[in-house]
Design a protein around this ligand. Structure first.
Ligand SMILES: C[S@@+](CC[C@H](N)C(=O)[O-])C[C@H]1O[C@@H](n2cnc3c(N)ncnc32)[C@H](O)[C@@H]1O
Ligand SMILES: CC(C)=CCC/C(C)=C/CC/C(C)=C/C(=O)O
Length: 302
């Protein structure tokens, strides 16, 4: 997904979830007592979730805010939108990469990520990298991503249609790595353990989002569907109509009477979100006590 401005105009669900979860976790994140926090966000896309909901939580004297994304187009767009913000920059980073850039290693007090990790097949590598981005003492991470979504079943049906099959041969690369998991919480906890995280809280939240009207649903699909950029523009509407027909066949459409004349179509999307919070250091309280003389390195206690 590279279409930054399109995504920015059709990311209501993603914004809603990030805002809600951040309001719950703002006081749990281990803010530094000296207010010099540095935070890196993984998969920031156009940057609006990061700047609208994370940036206001940072202390005024924060050290640096780094938004990252695998897509150069997203990074360019975000840098342009937010260039006037001090100590803030966006840069390209594939969180599933083999080796992190040296200058990012161990530099951050917090790593956040919203609606990105379901795009990353190699969660093991992603968590290893997130762990290594964090400072040795007190670093923590808040990760929010899709475990399941009906869109993945729609993709599978579209792939079985000869009309679209050639564009969707690698469909499994775009399905959340936890979509078919029988116990996504356990699986993700094990991955966090393996990466070295100590304190962990992993939840699976069942959510429902309602898309009001077929155009809203299509706009949201267009903003994130990785196959459209491979399909000739002239066939986009046909692809989206087939998408909607499959959604209807899955009984995810409701007709409601908006008023006497008009009935409004609504599309129901039941999905599951992983919300994971984890800390790097086992000796957090010990560090606070032993470092009391060195206020610069002491973090706020939750
Ligand atoms: C749905 S958007 C989420 C954007 C933003 N975090 C939000 O909540 O609106 C997912 C973003 O993850 C990025 N992404 C996908 N794979 C990635 C990877 N391996 N490393 C970093 N970013 C990745 C995509 O380019 C896209 O911008
Ligand atoms: C009813 C139905 C199938 C709705 C799907 C809605 C939709 C656009 C889901 C997107 C899921 C996703 C991969 C989001 C993202 O990465 O931001």
């Amino acid at each position: 997904m590279n279409l930054a401005s399109l995504y920015q105009r059709a990311n209501e669900v993603q914004r809603h979830d990030a805002k809600l979860i951040l309001s719950e976790y703002a006081s749990i994140l281990q803010w530094r007592s000296d207010g010099q926090d540095s935070l890196l966000d993984v998969g920031s896309g156009p940057g609006n979730v990061l700047m609208d909901f994370v940036h206001p939580l940072l202390p005024k004297s924060f050290e640096q805010l780094v938004g990252t994304d695998v897509s150069m187009q997203m990074v360019r767009y975000a840098n342009k939108c937010y260039e006037r913000y001090a100590r803030t920059q966006f840069q390209v980073l594939d969180i599933g990469c083999e080796e992190l850039p040296e200058q990012l290693k161990g530099r951050f007090d917090h790593v956040t990520s919203f609606y990105c990790l379901h795009w990353v097949q190699n969660l093991r590598a992603a968590l290893r990298n997130i762990y290594n981005l964090l400072r040795g003492e007190g670093g923590d991470t808040l990760l929010v991503f899709l475990a399941t979504n009906p869109i993945y079943e729609v993709y599978k049906v579209l792939q079985s249609d000869a009309k679209w099959a050639s564009y969707m041969q690698d469909v499994d690369q775009f399905i959340s790595p936890l979509h078919y998991s029988t116990d996504p919480v356990k699986q993700f906890e094990e991955l966090l353990n393996e990466a070295g995280f100590v304190y962990k809280n992993v939840e699976l939240r069942s959510e429902v989002f309602v898309y009001e009207g077929v155009q809203t649903l299509k706009d949201n699909v267009k903003a994130i569907c990785p196959f459209l950029e491979r399909i000739p523009m002239a066939q986009h509407e046909e692809f989206l109509n087939d998408f909607v027909d499959i959604v209807i066949s899955m009984n995810l459409k409701q007709d409601t009477k908006a008023n006497a004349e008009h009935s409004q179509e609504r599309f129901i999307s039941p999905y599951k979100l992983i919300v994971a919070y984890a800390r790097k250091s086992p000796d957090y309280l010990q560090n606070v006590i032993s470092d009391l003389g060195n206020v610069k390195n002491v973090k706020g206690v939750m």
